[in-house]
Design a protein around this ligand. Sequence first.
Ligand SMILES: Nc1nc2c(ncn2[C@@H]2O[C@H](COP(=O)(O)OP(=O)(O)OP(=O)(O)O)[C@@H](O)[C@H]2O)c(=O)[nH]1
Ligand SMILES: [Mg+2]
Length: 677
Amino acid sequence: MYNIPVEDVRNFVLAGHSGTGKTALTDALAFKLGINDRLGSSANGSSVSDYTEEEKNRKISIFSATFNAQYDAKNGKKYNLFFTDTPGFMDFYGQMRSASRVADAGLLMIDASGGVEVGTRRAWKCFGQTGLASRMIAVTGLDKDNTDFLKTVEALRAALGSECSPIAFPTEDGKSIVDVFSDDIPEAFKAAADEAREQLMERAAESSDELTEKFLMGEALTDEEVSSGLRQAGRDGGFIPIIPVYPLSGVGVDFLLESVVRYMSSPAERERTDADDNVIESSPDAPFAGLVWRSVSDSFVGQMSYVRVLAGTLKVDAEIENSRTGKDKVSSLLVPCGRKHNNIDVATPGDIVAIPKLKATKVNDTLFTPGNTLRARPVKFPEPVMFAAVTAETQADEDKLGPALQRVVEQDPTLRTERNTETHETVLMGMGDVHLDVAVRLMKQMSNVSVKLNTPRIAYRETVTAKGEGHHRHKKQSGGRGQYGEVYLTVEKLMEGDEEWYVDETVGGSIPGNYIPAIEKGLVERMQNGAVAGYPVVDIKVRVYDGSYHDVDSSEIAFKIAGSTALRVGLSNAKPVLLEPIMNVRIFTPDAFMGAVTGDLNHKRGRVLGYESEEDMQVIVADVPQAELFRYAAELRSITGGQASFEMKFARYEVVPSNVAQKVIAESPHKVRDAEE
Ligand SMILES: Nc1nc2c(ncn2[C@@H]2O[C@H](COP(=O)(O)OP(=O)(O)OP(=O)(O)O)[C@@H](O)[C@H]2O)c(=O)[nH]1
Ligand SMILES: [Mg+2]
């Protein structure tokens, strides 16, 4: 783009626990790199990264923000940097996930006063899962009381591995930081520095046979050899630099930038594969392909698609294709700098660009030069776990509800909305309380629609557990033409695999054949309104075995009513029960919370099916009624201090226990009606 070769591009993501200074560091970088002419701060709402109203109000990042700048490194070269600040708050994990997927390197942020926290591990895991080629760790909070750089280093090594090694130390006054290779190491860090240096030399030497030999022969490695050796070790996962940094005063920011260009992988050094497992060639000369990883609905420019260039060169005015929607055109090409965007003409691999006004383009679409067969591996977003029913405040809001929901959902792949045809509710699904709350506020801001969130209704159903007799004679023969139809039937549970739910077993013309379909209609209608609490009836078998008719007064409508009412009677006699949806849940929790989580599941009528383990987490597999789970994301978080997570999928319908059923029946919005009413 600025004639900077792909080798000199660095694209990294900032991630970590909430409040560890990611946004503060982003502001410091923006200031240092000339993106902003003063130092922004999320504390007073002037941050270049947390610039939305929601972020300013809540004082946390909610959306990822990408920045581009050129950096003149000490080696005399100009580097093209892209970095993305991501939210650490759990509800917005999806943002970290997508930003990591499109970066080549990860910068983990840790606050020395908090140590290794849930969000630290979550970010680290995310770096691994998204296949980042190299990682670095920045330690903040060192100006706070009772913090200790070495203790933080130890904690990091214990939690994340001994590959983590400090490459600089803070001076006692916090006014500067000192390179591990410097001669002026503060007294307190001398021993640690000796150890770290030794480790770094070994790591550098291990990176190639040539250096290993030199090292073993006792020859000193040159600065350049150490530097390139460590770069290689970083890419192989054998070296993860730890750096102290003071985002608020800017101390350490220079060193951090130098370390970024030195140790982080370039797009060319990161091996990427496409959706078919083919290696992607990160060359500007290859045919263009890019992944849409973010979509923003902007009130000024409209739809803006953020694209990471994976291969080839993208030029303004280029004809491109989207595998899902077809041909399109890049009418303008921008690079993001937080909320600001700068026009550019050309983008090459590693770049993150913003393209306005593409046709119906969505996150995870691949854009490519027509004819190119490369399809990007999609970002795997977490499934929503928190559910709420959305109701409009007023009729005017109701009219605009659909498009307003669509708009927020389109720009956040971890939000979903669904119309439940059984409960007639629109359900909004997300990652947690705050996530749904933010969505509601965004609907107000973006579309001026006011909505309320409520606990969703459950799509209860009904069935029978025994065989029951049903009979009804529908007779109205006073004055004019009367109505007459009589039906005898039995109802019982439908056997599994039996497709035939309705059988006509009448003999000898007790009901003329032309009325049989009318009876069936009556039955179908009745099955929408069961005998227990008016919920739909499923899995029953109805046999109509007798009846009577009247030559003049019988009619289709009379038999429909007779059939419907006979079935209601039959259902009541067949020991009807309520059914509720049961979800299969997998809960990932640290060992320490197993008891608390299992105990809570018992209160939720959950049934533990088994235990598994996955990495450092215990996995509890359980069946839990859906009615108990709408707020589970928030509840589980409070039980475990945010350390546990869960996923769920629909398992089956099961009978509601009678003590619970009484309450459901009392609260049912439906009435058991008769067809005549
Ligand atoms: N004392 C001190 N405060 C810091 C430091 N780094 C950040 N802060 C402050 O801590 C608060 C949170 O910092 P942010 O940069 O917003 O944290 P974040 O990591 O972006 O948090 P999320 O966006 O929620 O993930 C702000 O008020 C910062 O000014 C630091 O090194 N020392
Ligand atoms: Mg932030």
